[in-house]
Design a protein around this ligand. Structure first.
Ligand SMILES: Cc1cc2nc3c(=O)[nH]c(=O)nc-3n(C[C@H](O)[C@H](O)[C@H](O)COP(=O)(O)OP(=O)(O)OC[C@H]3O[C@@H](n4cnc5c(N)ncnc54)[C@H](O)[C@@H]3O)c2cc1C
Length: 430
């Protein structure tokens, strides 16, 4: 529900990250790790490649440096492409494209099912998750932590602070100091309807600036086309609203890059807030005297780097008071895929019928999302788990039925919730 709920869904190779930084290391490792495990978790990857396009002579002059950095960062198959090759690869792109760099490994993934499955796998292998559980205070007595939360007190030998937009505040709370300051940076997006997906084959990137990777035109694994994000520094860590002037700017930018997009319909808009800091790298530090590792400043690459960050944090956090014993065997849960290219639940028998016809979401998928070891806790969670109401009509046709199925599910009263859980179980035959 934090920064991770609204991103561009690109699995970066790290080709453009500052070389020899922690961020570059974690992205490259995260990318390899994802490629290694995604099939076992039933997660997809679309290796569509990315084209960094130079639109001006000045930008064109920077392409050799971009290519050199890509090679240095391990993207050895990255290469320069001329005007003719660009037109062949992307016939709908504006003819003003001068030249570019193509990075074949850049990919798109499902940004919601991946973190969900990482979490589910942790739970199925013994982890306990406490949701709606804000850490309010903490005390370390030299051997053990005592964390006061809105759901009671928790005890443990070590703490990992990965509080995203509140990372600095949590370090302050737990240690009385923070070595970094979160500077929220909003990114707004436009989503174009499915027919627009066929306008491009790869991810279209601009030449990046120091502040941002710039506005991307990108396909999604859900079969849409996305234009964004903006890069807006703001005070608020919560305000993920969208505004018309910014969205109009994005539409204009999209049309400059891909003129035919003008004929297509925008079906949705959203915004995410990057937990940026003043630094050009992640802020990951272990405080050995406190048994605390702070994992913060994971700005615009956290989806790609997540598994690499986990590997890195495991290494630096292990040792000392910690004795982590690796499991001998792991469970590998899977989920209903919401990626358009995979076999969806509506294609299988006994699914209870389709509820959301724009996104082909079945009644069984909704009941399953509301049930199981990690049930969704809100309507927006249900959307990200199943894509219900996220299509062309934005819920105009299915909301009434959805309201009926989910009645009481997000109610705080335990008795109402219990009754609803029973009804999902009955439907699923559990
Ligand atoms: C506009 C945009 C575009 C992006 N595009 C991409 C992309 O294409 N590819 C890519 O790899 N990455 C991308 N990212 C980056 C990625 O989404 C982020 O790096 C990542 O989500 C940061 O994750 P996080 O876990 O650090 O923070 P979060 O997802 O915010 O998680 C932090 C969690 O900590 C919780 N928390 C905070 N305070 C407390 C407390 N006191 N007690 C208990 N819990 C607390 C919050 O509720 C939240 O759930 C993008 C991000 C944005 C915003």
């Amino acid at each position: 529900m934090g920064a991770s709920k609204g991103n561009s869904a690109i699995l970066h190779t790290g080709f453009d990250a500052p070389p020899q930084t922690l961020e570059q290391h974690c992205i490259a490792d995260g990318y390899q790790s994802y490629m290694h495990i995604h099939k076992r978790l039933g997660l997809s990857v679309h290796r569509v490649g990315a084209l960094v396009i130079a639109w001006t002579e000045e930008e064109e002059n920077t392409l050799p440096d971009i290519l050199e950095r890509a090679h240095l960062n391990g993207a050895h198959d990255a290469h320069l492409v001329g005007k003719t090759e660009i037109a062949k690869k992307e016939p709908n792109l504006s003819r003003t494209a001068r030249s570019g760099v193509f990075i074949p490994g850049e990919s798109i993934i499902d940004p919601w099912t991946s973190p969900y499955l990482y979490q589910l796998q942790a739970i199925e292998n013994g982890a306990t998750l406490a949701r709606s559980c804000e850490v309010l205070d903490g005390n370390f007595n030299g051997a053990e932590w005592q964390l006061k939360t809105t759901r009671g007190t928790f005890f443990g030998t070590s703490v990992v602070n990965c509080a995203g937009l509140y990372g600095d505040a949590l370090d302050q709370l737990l240690m009385g100091r923070s070595t970094f300051q979160i500077k929220p940076r909003k990114g707004q997006f436009l989503i174009y309807d499915k027919p627009a997906r066929s306008l491009i084959n790869s991810i279209i990137l601009p030449v990046p600036t120091r502040l941002t990777k710039g506005v991307v035109v990108c396909p999604t694994v859900f079969g849409n086309l996305l234009v964004g994000p903006t890069a807006e520094e703001q005070e608020s860590r919560e305000d993920a609203s969208v505004d018309n002037p910014a969205l109009q700017q994005l539409a204009k930018k999209g049309e400059q890059i891909l003129p035919a997009i003008k004929e297509h319909t925008v079906t949705a808009s959203y915004a995410g807030i990057r937990p940026a800091t003043g630094r050009q790298d992640y802020c990951i530090e272990t405080h050995k005297d406190k048994n605390l590792t702070s994992v913060n400043g994971i700005r615009s690459t956290g989806l790609s780097a997540a598994l690499g960050i986990a590997n890195y944090v495991f290494k630096i956090h292990s040792g000392g008071h910690h004795s982590f014993v690796p499991l001998k065997e792991y469970r590998w849960p899977t989920a209903n895929p919401i990626d358009e290219s995979m076999q969806r639940d509506w294609q299988k028998p006994n699914n209870g019928g389709i509820v959301c016809h724009c996104e082909w979401v079945t009644k069984r998928e909704i009941h399953q999302a509301l049930n199981g070891p990690l049930p969704v806790g809100s309507l927006s969670g249900l959307k990200r788990r199943t894509r219900v109401t996220m299509g062309r009509c934005q819920g105009f046709y299915c909301t009434a039925q959805l309201k009926e199925i989910t009645r009481g599910c997000f109610d705080d009263s335990p008795s109402v919730r219990k009754t609803r859980v029973e009804s999902h179980r009955q439907f699923l035959g559990d």
